[in-house]
Design a protein around this ligand. Structure first.
Ligand code: SAM
Length: 383
């Protein structure tokens, strides 16, 4: 994460703590960190949330935001993570003016959009308690924020208006469980896309778990089938090639400097939280022309560096599909040296390759250029 984004996030820490202390009627304490008893209390909530939202998943779709201890844990631990993820994903999109944050909880995505330059944000959720915290945070940060109650499982209507960006942060996986889940989530996305202005996006974030990521890709495929285009991260325009094998999936990972508050809570709750991991998808409204890609053979790196004796290997996904990319150390040259230090999310252009088994082998003549490092928009077609 860039130093600007890191600094913006650091500025939220005292606000989050102040709002939490007021909501929990706690006496004051240090601005930028929790006292040891506070840390123990919040870490217990973080642990319950972590088990319930990622491991056992029994909290997904439950009203955990209405339990003050869990809402507090969400605010102090997951809020900064969602904020950082949203800043990364928004960095690939045109700067929005107006944002609607659906399933906002206490608003990390709405505030990320405001910090990224948006002038107006609306938070919508079914949890009054979470919306109340979003309002408190807005007061604390002296930001204007509109609030709407919204529950797509009760009514199809979305909050009125049109927006440059509509977000769904870690909420799709909590909606419409059961057999028709993917269709109903896709239908919600289509309705939301109907309220996105030309040039704008529907931005979805989901946890970087296999099942929630595959479900997001399945929603993607429904939208693509219905004529929508993906702005990011996919370079492949057709049905997602990761869905053809049951074990495959796709997620993003970014380096970040986590705030000390998050680090302290992760340690106290015995959780590992090093890299920022998420699945994300930005979709353009119907009829919006999606700019042509730069010329050449492009791939996004969609894996970490894979083990391989004497060679660098990754999974790449680009306009020609998804598959392995490998280069033997003995074929290293000035032209291909960049291949040895790629990160998940980087978009590269490669020259000639040789077909091998499940993918492509690069040679000493294969030129490799990083045309967009992870988190940066792919440039438009070069003239
Ligand atoms: C994991 S939290 C995500 C909060 C925030 N968007 C983020 O990314 O950190 C999921 C949110 O979805 C909301 N949610 C779950 N089911 C909902 C429903 N049926 N209607 C409206 N909101 C719902 C919850 O209240 C909660 O705020």
């Amino acid at each position: 994460m860039s130093s600007d984004r890191t600094r913006d996030l650091e500025r939220w820490v005292p606000r989050l703590i102040a709002v939490w202390r007021r909501a929990r009627r706690r006496p004051g304490g240090p601005d930028d960190r929790l006292t040891p008893p506070e840390l123990r209390e919040v870490a217990a909530g973080v642990r319950r949330l972590s088990l319930g939202l990622t491991r056992e998943r029994e909290l997904a779709g439950a009203r955990y935001m209405d339990d003050p201890a869990l809402l507090g844990a969400y605010l102090l631990f997951y809020w900064p993570v969602s904020y950082a993820q949203a800043r990364e994903a928004l960095g690939e999109l045109r700067r929005p003016r107006s944002v609607l944050d659906l399933g906002s909880g206490p608003g990390p995505l709405a505030f990320a959009a405001l910090d990224a330059g948006a002038a107006e944000a609306t938070c919508a959720d079914r949890s009054k308690a979470a919306l109340a915290l979003a309002r408190e945070l807005a007061t604390e940060a002296e930001e204007a924020l509109a609030i709407r109650e919204w529950d797509p499982q009760r009514t199809a209507a979305l909050p009125d208006g049109t927006y440059d960006v509509v977000t769904l942060g870690h909420v799709l996986n909590e909606l419409f469980p059961g057999a028709e889940g993917i269709e109903r989530r896709a239908a919600l996305c289509e309705r939301a896309l109907g309220q996105v202005k030309p040039g704008g996006s529907l931005l979805m974030l989901e946890p970087a778990l296999r099942d929630t990521s595959r479900d997001l890709l399945a929603v993607r495929d429904r939208l693509v089938e219905h004529g929508f285009s993906v702005r990011a991260p996919c370079l492949f325009r057709g049905p997602c090639p990761a869905l053809t094998k049951p074990g495959d999936w796709c997620h993003a990972e970014r380096l970040w400097r986590m705030p000390r508050l998050v680090e302290d809570l992760a340690r106290a709750a015995s959780l590992h939280k090093e890299a920022l991991k998420m699945s994300y998808l930005a979709v353009a409204p119907k009829g919006d022309p999606v700019p042509a890609l730069p010329l050449g053979r492009l791939f996004r790196i969609v894996s970490e560096p894979l083990e391989g004796k004497g060679r660098a290997r990754y999974v790449g996904c680009g306009p020609e599909g998804r598959g392995g990319l490998a280069l033997q150390e003995k074929h290293r040259s000035d032209a291909n040296a960049a291949f040895f230090s790629l990160r998940r999310g980087d978009v590269i252009r490669i020259g000639e390759t040789e077909e091998r088994g499940d993918g492509q082998a690069l040679t000493e003549r294969s030129e490799v250029t990083v045309i967009a490092p992870a988190g940066v928009a792919v440039p438009k077609l070069e003239q």
